[in-house]
Design a protein around this ligand. Structure first.
Ligand SMILES: [Fe+2]
Ligand SMILES: [Fe+2]
Length: 187
């Protein structure tokens, strides 16, 4: 939290890195319907997180960390999106789901570590607190279309209203919302 009570974008993204790690472990430990529900939560959380990074963090990091670093991160995000799609197509009860999930979890956590070391640190050092707070709007815009924290026991109708479906479609919808936000919040 900042002194004004607003989060800066790096705080939010770091918190989400922890949530992503926890959620991967929860999906791995769950079974049946609960596992499917948690897998959808994971898709939504990754869609929100990666869309916000793609639209505001990576562009800002280009001048600070360099094009090669940013291109590598974008490539990892694209690979993760496709690995999620493969898992979605496989289904949570498939015997190969566990291995695929574990591989993806490791790749996503390595990706997060690279971001923290190569992008977030410099972004925080070289961007004004005001700008970092403004960039957090991208995360809120993404969460508006895809809530990342469904309430336990919210009931079937609440679940039905949440954005579910093939991961690529979820990612596209969230990215469009963040892109709209960015276009209407240009400096
Ligand atoms: Fe990322
Ligand atoms: Fe990240």
């Amino acid at each position: 939290m900042t002194t004004t009570g607003e989060h800066d974008v790096v705080d939010l993204l770091l918190e989400q890195h922890n949530q992503i790690k926890t959620l991967f472990a929860e999906v791995a430990a769950a079974q049946g319907e609960r596992r499917l529900e948690l897998f959808h939560d994971l898709v939504r959380l990754l869609a929100v997180h990666e869309s916000a990074e793609e639209q505001v963090v990576h562009p800002a990091a280009r001048s600070k960390a360099g094009d090669a670093v940013v291109e590598a991160r974008l490539h990892e995000e694209d690979e993760a999106k496709h690995a999620l799609s493969d898992l979605y197509d496989l289904g949570v009860d498939h015997p190969e789901f566990d291995t695929g999930l574990a591989t993806l979890a490791q790749a996503v956590l390595d990706h997060a570590t690279h971001e923290e070391q190569e992008e977030f640190t410099r972004l925080r050092q070289e961007t004004s607190p005001e700008q970092l707070r403004r960039m957090s709007g991208a995360v809120r815009a993404a969460e508006a279309v895809s809530p990342t924290r469904p309430h336990p026991g919210a009931g079937e109708s609440a679940l039905a209203n949440m954005l579910v479906g093939p991961p690529v479609a979820v990612f596209d919808k969230v990215r469009d919302a963040v892109r709209d936000w960015r276009q209407s919040n240009r400096d």
